[in-house]
Write a protein that binds this ligand. Sequence first.
Ligand SMILES: Cc1cc2nc3c(=O)[nH]c(=O)nc-3n(C[C@H](O)[C@H](O)[C@H](O)COP(=O)(O)OP(=O)(O)OC[C@H]3O[C@@H](n4cnc5c(N)ncnc54)[C@H](O)[C@@H]3O)c2cc1C
Length: 484
Amino acid sequence: MTKECITKKIEKLTAELGEVVSPLHVTTDPYEIEAATGDLSILPKYHYKFKEEHIATHVVRPKDTEELAKVMKICKNYDQNVTVRAAGTSCYSSSTPTKGGVVIDVRRMNKIHEIDEEKKIVKCGAGISWIRLISSLRAKGLAPKCYPTSYKSSCLSGFVLTSGKAGIGTVKYGPMFDALIAIKLVKPDGSIVRITKTRGGEITLNDVVGSFGILGAVAEVEMKVTTLKPSMEFAGYGFNTMPEAMEFYNAAKNNPVDKPFFLSLSDHKFEELSHVTIPARDFFVYVVFYDELEKTGKAIANLTEKAKNSNGLAIDHWYLEEKWRDIAETELNLGRLCNNPIFQEYWIADERIPQFYETYAPIVKDDKYRNAFYMIAGANGKSRIKLFGLSDIENSLEFFGIKANFNLMAQKSYKMGDGIYTVGVVNTFYQLLFNMERVKYMRKLKNSVDPDDRINSYRITKTKMRLWRVKLLFFIGKLLYRWA
Ligand SMILES: Cc1cc2nc3c(=O)[nH]c(=O)nc-3n(C[C@H](O)[C@H](O)[C@H](O)COP(=O)(O)OP(=O)(O)OC[C@H]3O[C@@H](n4cnc5c(N)ncnc54)[C@H](O)[C@@H]3O)c2cc1C
């Protein structure tokens, strides 16, 4: 196609999109495209292999399901690739275009359609931000059962599509999947299907949750919520060793009566980098209870006993309150301390965390790079471990060294039977190396609903990276880093 033909096609597409969505919300402006292309990871440009090569031509912001369905139909007619995204906080290029085309930003689809106070059910647009949903529910004496700690910026559909297994409320009430009743999915051909746990045709609710949008755009969500609770109590203890901290973490997590609303374990370096003040001791376990006054009081008293058994040192209450207030910024704060923060998230069974940590600790023992360890409790006996490496752009050996270490931990986690938490684009090659059964299952489904592979491509089912190149790069990186 000549340049002239391409320009004409783009103009025609813009006009047609502008007929179904307000022209104010159909843009080809390069700044808006750039803003709707990256994600929250402050990665250098060269890391976005996809960013420059596959930059989108349009950003479209439909306001409701109907507009979204029409946009999807137009994109199909024009054979346009599509990236559906919400707030872009999930990182790993999850919401970055990989084949150009149209970016659909769902954040205008933020209406609350119905709140049933009696049945404790909410129906809303998938692009609603958590903060807005939380405040709308609060006005009715209700609250979501679970949400990510990024709730100040992220959206409902982002948590559904990335799987929503770890975060606030996931230990007490279960993962996002448990709260879901139904979703409305706009398929790649523009048709709309309502999927429940028992109905939906070839795509199940289980397939959509954690699919990173490869099966279509989630337009609406219907989910169970809970009542607001009158009491929130905090506990926090410092420990000298990881086994002592883990003993306490497990005791807090596995208590069948007093389930924590939020639970985390961090090393001293994480606390030092994420907060101005630092609790003493090498490890820190943080617990939040949210329930009736009598229940939270008892839960704290029980934990005090358990902390004594594990040689825990109580942390000042003001620090615990400060930590809760800053919970949405905690992980971001580390990124502000260098110009090239690198991190990887792992999804590890609680009983295998000591094994994971035993591999990790010797790697960072000499502190060749600034590093930190942070984990938050998730559902189904697992936790999301986040490893940080703070490097600077000038020091590329350090960058590759950290990457090689994270890769080692990823391999270890898959070999143990666990894996990576956020797959996105960047981590999809691990699926192809270690999770072929799921890849084959999702490929079949993807081929059936999106045979031209236009929607959210290069996530879960296929990768652009050549596996031998990635392996070689990590191997060389590790060697050079050791010698440096
Ligand atoms: C400080 C911080 C704290 C965090 N804490 C947590 C945490 O506690 N738990 C956790 O699980 N994660 C956490 N995350 C990661 C991230 O914030 C969450 O995964 C969040 O749910 C992503 O929401 P988002 O709106 O940013 O989605 P995006 O990043 O925009 O999208 C996520 C994925 O879903 C797809 N997608 C989004 N909406 C749709 C849709 N409507 N239809 C089809 N596909 C769609 C996108 O293409 C992408 O693949 C954290 C991140 C940060 C930076």
